[in-house]
Design a protein around this ligand. Sequence first.
Ligand code: SF4
Ligand code: SF4
Ligand code: FES
Length: 225
Amino acid sequence: MKVNVLRRMTPEQEPYWESFLYDGSEDNTVAGLLDYINYNDDILNDKGEKTTRISWECSCIQGICGACAMIVNDVPALACEAFLKDIQGEEISLRPLSKFPVIRDLVVDRSGIYDSLRHNNVCIETYKPPSDGDHEQDYASAKCLKCGLCIECCPKYTDGRTFYGAPFANDCYLVASRNQEKSHEILEIYQEHFKDSCAFDLACMRICPMGIKITACMKKLNSLK
Ligand code: SF4
Ligand code: SF4
Ligand code: FES
């Protein structure tokens, strides 16, 4: 299998494609494939030339840290959950997420997701569980990995300066439901940075690896008014 990787060594460098040959198992995932290519002391591209290891991020290899999010054959996915046997064709292309600054190869800087929460004070502060709390929805929302896959396919998210996307709405719900004294403040922020601009096409919900239902978050936030 030919593996095409969109590479760059520094954030300033123009990206370029480099290809590799993979002759390992089809039962592997994209994460396993990257480990396989990076394993030897000498890393060779498909022309037999020496090259550098492919940079990518991972931590858990079981779909729970979100670090390995990238674009696999034009589809945003977690590399550790993308199985080669499910990928059509003889070639595979790997690109970094496009909505975040690239650090190197497939590694991007997703700190903007946390910055949007920090700058808007979307944090619980004092935990006050509601007597009629929806713990099922709380639990579902708390599973957000901040992986950025939803942001990648969001038609409204551009530079992350005004519209913050699904992870932001998700955390707005979590904070508002756990600290009612803050709910009015949170609802205003949610309206400004999410609700007023969201296209409600639900691309984020379809791609989310944790199955988070943004519609449920929106419904809950609207009911807190
Ligand atoms: S909502 Fe889903 S896709 Fe978006 S960051 Fe959280 S876990 Fe990832
Ligand atoms: S519903 Fe559409 S516009 Fe709104 S956050 Fe999700 S992907 Fe973005
Ligand atoms: S390495 Fe943690 S989700 Fe893939």
